[in-house]
Ligand binder design. Structure first.
Ligand code: AP5
Ligand code: MG
Length: 212
């Protein structure tokens, strides 16, 4: 299984890849998570990455692809969450995998409308210690804004501010159409309705993955 998960900000990519990874025993690279880990540092690269993420802009393709290349190299099964984000990234990955004879086996594109995207992102809270993701509307912590597992105060992501959310959605619409067309032409694209609760969406994704 070599799958990429696409979808707008807040579509549920991270939530679903975690379930898919557990169900099928396949390892995941989330480029967003990789950047959030990097941003904890203070070096030049951390500062550079932060300057893009906090504005809702894409990190330069070369920086992203280095991380992806290292992850997929020598793996015959993997899941990518949030990569590719533009046509150039899709082509870089395609060329790299083709040489190895390990092309993607499918691309899951989670669809969600804008009102729901904004609701999910403005409601998201994350535990800074264990990374567990909550949502104040759909999956709130038992105690006000404190992690059920770690007991530490939950935080919002730096890019979940209203103006940055708007910019991320704009970038998504600007960049993703050619990526979707690229995979559609290859017969790899599977659109999945991202509405409904987490388990309903997971059942839809399982149907796609089991049918392959
Ligand atoms: P990234 O971290 O990938 O952010 P994103 O694509 O904007 O998506 P999110 O992580 O916000 O949402 P998600 O789809 O994972 O949803 P989640 O499951 O968390 O990227 C962040 C930044 O890094 C980018 O803006 C860019 O700067 C940089 N970057 C990353 N990859 C890059 C690349 N390839 N190239 C260049 N730059 C890159 O769910 C959201 C919320 O909804 C949660 O609270 C969750 O609990 C809740 N939820 C999920 N599913 C459901 C459901 N079915 N019902 C109710 N609630 C739900
Ligand atoms: Mg995510």
């Amino acid at each position: 299984m070599r799958i990429a998960f696409l979808g707008p900000p807040g579509a549920g990519k991270g939530t679903q890849v975690e379930l898919v990874s557990r169900e099928y025993g396949v390892s995941v690279l989330s480029t967003g998570d990789a950047f959030r880990a990097m941003m904890k540092g203070e070096d030049k690269l951390a500062q550079k990455v932060r300057s893009y993420v906090e504005k809702g802009e894409l990190v330069p393709d070369g920086v992203v692809f280095e991380i992806v290349r290292e992850f997929v190299d020598n793996k015959d099964s993997f899941i990518l969450d949030g990569y590719p984000r533009n046509l150039r990234q899709a082509e870089l990955l395609d060329d790299f995998l083709e040489v190895k004879g390990l092309a993607l086996t499918g691309v899951v594109n989670i669809l969600l409308d804008e009102d729901e995207i904004v609701k999910r992102l403005t409601g998201r809270l994350v535990c800074p210690q264990c990374g567990r993701v909550y949502n104040i509307y759909y999956s709130p912590p038992h105690k006000d804004e404190v992690c059920d597992d770690c007991g530490v105060p939950l935080e919002r992501r730096i890019d979940d501010e209203d103006d940055v959310i708007r910019q991320r959605i704009k970038v998504y619409h600007r960049e993703m159409k050619p990526v979707v067309d690229f995979y559609q032409r290859k017969g790899l694209l599977f659109n999945v309705d991202g509405t409904g609760d987490i388990h309903e969406v997971f059942e839809r994704i399982k149907k796609v993955l089991d049918g392959k």
